[in-house]
Design a protein around this ligand. Structure first.
Ligand code: ARG
Ligand code: ZN
Length: 849
């Protein structure tokens, strides 16, 4: 049972736990509906903590017995945990509970997925396994014994004794309970090994359900590459004899970095050319790296409390983005990250769910695993590195690992190592952690007697609970180009600290064209009146590939807005500039594909809203159709050239080179389909020997209006593969016109393969509706109603996923009064649900307030 009025937890209320857990021994007797968990824990008073009652978290546990130093005790139980009088000195706590993993559809704590036992404890799931001080600053050495008939039984650390019906594990590294993991079932492994820089051989395994063995090779290579990269770039070696990864079908998030036993959503680790797209491969590589990198940034150094989540997540996302840049194309990675930031984090930062990178309060911490904590948290680290430079960054990181290894640390600790390593004062910089909202920066220019002046003004709009914002430190990367396109001032980082601040460049022969916020060096909204000619100039000449892309993006946006607001036709001058880029085969195809992808409907809605207009989803959709048709017709000669140029004849590889070609080919196919009604797409579909080509062709067939036969064929071919069928669910919703997509999604929720208990399937279906701007925002409210219906039904089953998906409503105040009323009614309907989870109630409550 959850409380009627959930309590709010505040950062300022932090107090240490009154005891240290010196060691933890856990015995699991597995049974689907009645697993017994016996805990034996040595507690000793924590000399640094204030006096307090002995309280252990515990939820949904059936207490069988408890004892202190061998004497039975009767603790006082609440729905949140237990209290019990304890001796003043050290003591042994023993406790046995019963839990019901087979009924656990929330996928938090110990649960079952396809007959396999697995756990998810971050953030506060361990309290559903046994009574424990379930907080990250309580760290202990865990020894685990698993009893059951399952052939494979895994936990953290190194394997100990095993035999008939039992297996033991010992993790020598003290860890918080959120890093605990247990997996048991009928699993098979894809083995590998890695020898660390200091010569230690580590056994590697990817554990999967029988039948999935053929989908592990790529993940295994990615793991080894990550291990090597972390040694080379951060000097971090692995620290156990074994590293296990397990693929689980039912999982709320992407993956989890449990010490020595990472648990992955199967969609984030299993891959084969026939069943996975290029994008899947790239994402898998990044997530394997991310979870592996957590071994140092998260596990060896963890967080003092959940307010410090960005300490491990921002840093680990930053590290995995560096890794991907090194493995693939750095500009393509940066552009993709910025698209993602603008698509997910900016709406969050600028709407009712806005919160600082380090939040100061929460009701349900699972609601704060957000784009702000993760992606903006990573941007903040990128800015820090840019400010201090790469050498000082490395020095600071070395100091961080030296000083805080084994600690549960804070953002203050993190910034202090940078201050100590560089002598810089980071007081003002720290506002990036405490101030929510996206800064808006305007720039003006002045040119006089060979001196060029750039004046920046910054302003951050109010966000919930924060009306007044102070100026932030903006490391603004700027370069200057001469009118003939040469770079006269190479990139330099201007450190903006004031609300308004000017920088001058002297001794220039002619008025330069500035290229501002190169590489998106600071995550802001740049408001700058520059002419279409200047943007076209940057599109043609900027030496910074990011800003070249950005100039094109701005032109595309302006063209779209003109078409929507004034009924103008497409901007032909821009299309000619873009065509020159598309024809330039010295440019990476992946980069050209990104150039060709215009801003999505949601981004346009956001920009319209920012500029004081009410976005009309139908008008945005119609504009997109008109513009795409226009491009297709205009580029009738270019398209066959692009299709030919991007054809891959080598055997399939998911690397940057081949996937870049396929991405550009897909963009060209999509335009071609506008002209040939799907003939080229059908040919590609019939010939496809990999999922990327098969799926892009299927999408175009659906879009052409001739996709039903192919959809059926695809289903027949892949019905045995859950991950492929997820794609099938989503694709047809996204490919149909807005007038049919909601009905199709509704029908698919009645399909025998639809299930409410698998988050991947739920997201594939309802997420496709929510992410399809024109369908979701249909005037009659059918999109809103469908989502609300399913969220209400999901809340009893899986509160975490329900709450996350509620955020699809977060942009509601952008829209017209009718749509706002429709959305409000749906959110109020959700709020009125009986026994609404704390997760969902917090999210919807914040959006409504
Ligand atoms: N620490 C995991 C990661 O980023 C995320 C797990 C979050 N899970 C949750 N239920 N909140 O790799
Ligand atoms: Zn993470």
């Amino acid at each position: 049972m959850k409380d009627a009025a959930p309590e709010t937890v505040y950062l300022r209320d932090y107090t240490a736990f009154g005891w240290q857990a010196q060691d933890v021994h856990l015995t699991f007797r597995l049974a689907p509906h009645a697993t017994r968990v016996v805990a034996r824990i040595h507690f000793a008073p924590n000399p640094d903590a204030p006096a307090q009652d002995f309280f252990l978290h515990g939820e949904e546990l059936k207490l069988i017995r408890a004892a202190i130093d061998g004497t039975e005790v009767t603790p006082e139980l609440t729905d949140k945990g237990l209290t019990c009088p304890v001796p003043s000195g050290p003591f042994l706590w023993e406790c046995e509970v019963e839990i019901d993993p087979a009924s656990n559809t929330a996928l938090e704590g110990l649960y079952m997925s396809n007959g396999m036992y697995c756990t998810q404890c971050e953030a506060e799931g361990f309290r559903k396994i046994t009574y424990y001080p379930d907080r990250p600053d309580v760290m202990s050495v865990f020894t685990v014994r698993i009893e059951g008939d399952e052939p494979v039984k895994l936990s953290n650390g190194n394997p100990g004794k095993s035999g008939d019906g039992f297996a033991e594990w010992h993790d020598p590294w003290p860890k918080p309970a959120y890093l605990f993991a247990l997996v048991a079932g009928d699993l098979v492994n894809h083995p590998g090994s890695f020898t660390t820089a200091s010569g230690k051989k580590v056994e590697l395994n990817i554990w999967v359900r029988p039948g999935d063995e053929g989908k592990c090779a790529f993940g295994m290579e990615a793991l080894k590459t990550s291990m090597k990269w972390d040694e080379e770039v951060y000097g971090r070696e692995y620290d156990l004899d074994i590293f296990n990864i397990v693929a689980v079908d039912d999982f709320n998030m992407g993956a989890m970095e449990n010490k020595g036993l990472n648990v992955f959503n199967s969609s984030c680790v299993l891959a084969s050319p026939e069943t996975s797209t290029d994008a899947n491969f790239e994402r898998i590589e990044a997530i394997i790296a991310h979870e592996y990198f957590h071994n140092w940034t998260g596990n060896r150094i963890t967080c003092r409390d959940w307010f410090q989540l960005c300490l491990k997540e921002g840093l680990t996302v930053y590290r995995d983005s560096q890794f991907t840049s090194d493995m693939r194309s750095s500009p393509v990675k940066r552009i993709s990250d910025v698209i993602d930031l603008r698509g997910r984090q900016f709406p969050e930062d600028q709407g009712p769910l806005s919160h600082p990178v380090r939040p100061e309060s929460f009701q349900e911490i699972n609601n704060f695993y957000t784009a702000t904590v993760y992606e903006k948290g990573a941007e903040v680290i990128g800015m820090l590195r840019r400010l201090v430079g790469p050498e000082a960054y490395s020095k600071a990181l070395d100091l961080y690992f030296d000083r805080h290894d084994g600690d549960a640390a804070t953002i203050e600790d993190w910034l202090k190592v940078f201050e100590d390593a560089t002598g810089r004062d980071l007081t003002q910089f720290k506002r990036w952690y405490s101030q929510a909202g996206t800064p808006r920066v305007t720039v003006s220019e002045d040119w006089q007697d060979g001196t060029f002046t750039l004046t920046f003004s910054q302003m951050t709009p109010p966000t919930p609970g924060q009306d007044d914002k102070q100026p932030q430190v903006l490391p603004m990367a700027v370069g200057l180009l001469s009118p003939n396109g040469d770079e006269v001032v190479p990139t330099q980082v201007l450190e903006i600290t004031e609300a308004e601040q000017s920088f001058t460049f002297e001794g220039l022969g002619a008025r330069p064209v500035p290229s501002i916020n190169r590489e998106f060096s600071t995550p802001i909204v740049l408001e700058r009146d520059s002419s279409a000619e200047e943007k076209a100039f940057l599109l043609a000449h900027d030496t910074d590939p990011f800003n070249r892309w950005e100039a094109n993006r701005a032109l595309a946006r302006d063209c779209a807005l003109d078409m929507i607001l004034t009924g103008a036709g497409p901007n032909v001058a821009w299309l000619d500039g873009l065509e020159a880029v598309l024809r330039d085969d010295t440019l990476d195809p992946a980069y050209r594909a990104l150039m060709l992808a215009g801003p999505g409907a949601s981004e346009l809605a956001q920009v319209l809203h920012e500029r004081g207009h009410t976005p009309d989803p139908e008008a945005i959709y119609d504009m997109g159709e008109t513009l795409t048709q226009f491009m297709a017709e205009r580029w009738v000669d270019l398209l066959p050239k692009l299709l030919a140029e991007t054809r891959v004849t080598d055997a399939y590889r998911p690397d940057a080179e081949q996937s870049g070609k396929r991405a550009l080919g897909a963009a060209a196919l999509s335009l071609t389909t506008r002209l040939d009604g799907g003939a080229a797409a059908q040919a590609q579909y019939d010939a496809a020997d990999n999922m990327t080509l098969q799926l892009t062709a299927l999408m175009q067939l659906v879009k052409s209006g001739n996709g039903e036969a192919a959809l059926q064929a695809f289903y027949d071919q892949w019905q045995h593969d859950r991950l492929v069928i997820d794609k099938w669910f989503g694709l047809q919703i996204m490919g149909l016109p807005p007038g049919q997509a909601v009905e199709r999604a509704q029908a698919l929720t009645q399909h025998p393969d639809f299930t409410m208990t698998n988050p991947n399937r739920f997201r594939a279906t309802l997420g496709a509706v929510g992410g399809y701007h024109a369908a979701f925002h249909r005037k009659d409210g059918a999109g809103y109603a469908l989502l609300a219906d399913k969220l209400i039904a999901l809340d009893d089953i899986n509160p975490q996923t329900t709450a996350r998906m509620c955020s699809l409503f977060q942009t509601w105040k952008r829209y017209d009064a009718d749509r706002q009323a429709l959305i409000r009614a749906q959110m109020e309907r959700i709020m009125a649900k009986d026994k609404l989870s704390r997760d969902t109630s917090e999210m919807v409550g914040r959006m409504l307030s």
